[in-house]
Write a protein that binds this ligand. Structure first.
Ligand code: ZN
Length: 174
């Protein structure tokens, strides 16, 4: 894959609806892609970003809530091992859906397995904000957006912003 320079991809770009392909090579391209994703996540003040959101349909995402001392977590070929506990509604946004927010219901506990940049497997679990971010980013690898999960009322209240995004895309904007 040719990486640089990456740019953000916005709804309704079809790449956001594709099922992303597994990462096969843990090489310099993957490292460059990761660096680009970190750069864009920070520039857009996000807490997570998935590769399809920067135009690469591969199974990886990054996460950093920017709490003190937190380092960037990089999840390559992630698997959700467990998503359980009570379901909780929480407001979410998405860097691919600027200006759009809505309540999304997700299980509060998540155990996830993934590979790091060296190809080493690791497992993490969370019952807090990280669990929600992991599920949100994992959704991106399956072609799912918060639009598909939010309440009908939230969809309605966001319809103007959605229309604007769609006309911008049709006009080749952004
Ligand atoms: Zn998102």
């Amino acid at each position: 894959m040719s990486i640089q320079p990456c740019r953000m991809v916005f709804h309704p770009d079809p790449i956001l609806r594709a099922k992303a392909q597994p990462v096969e090579h843990f090489d310099d391209d993957l490292r460059t892609l990761t660096e680009e994703m970190i750069r864009l996540r920070k520039a857009h003040s996000g807490v997570g970003l998935a590769a399809p959101q920067v135009g690469h349909s591969v199974r990886m995402f990054i996460c950093n809530t920017e709490e003190e001392g937190e380092e960037e977590s990089i999840f390559i070929n992630p698997e959700i091992l467990e998503a359980s506990g009570p379901l909780e509604w929480e407001e979410e946004g998405c860097l691919s859906l600027p200006e759009i927010r809505g309540s999304v219901r997700r299980p509060i506990f998540v155990r996830i397995k993934a590979f790091d940049l060296e190809g080493e497997p690791f497992e993490l679990e969370s019952d807090g904000l990280h669990a929600r971010i992991w599920l949100h980013e994992f959704d991106h690898l399956e072609g799912t957006l918060i639009l598909d999960r939010m309440r009908t009322l939230d969809r309605l209240s966001n319809r103007r912003a959605l229309k604007e995004l769609e006309s911008m895309y049709a006009g080749g904007g952004h």
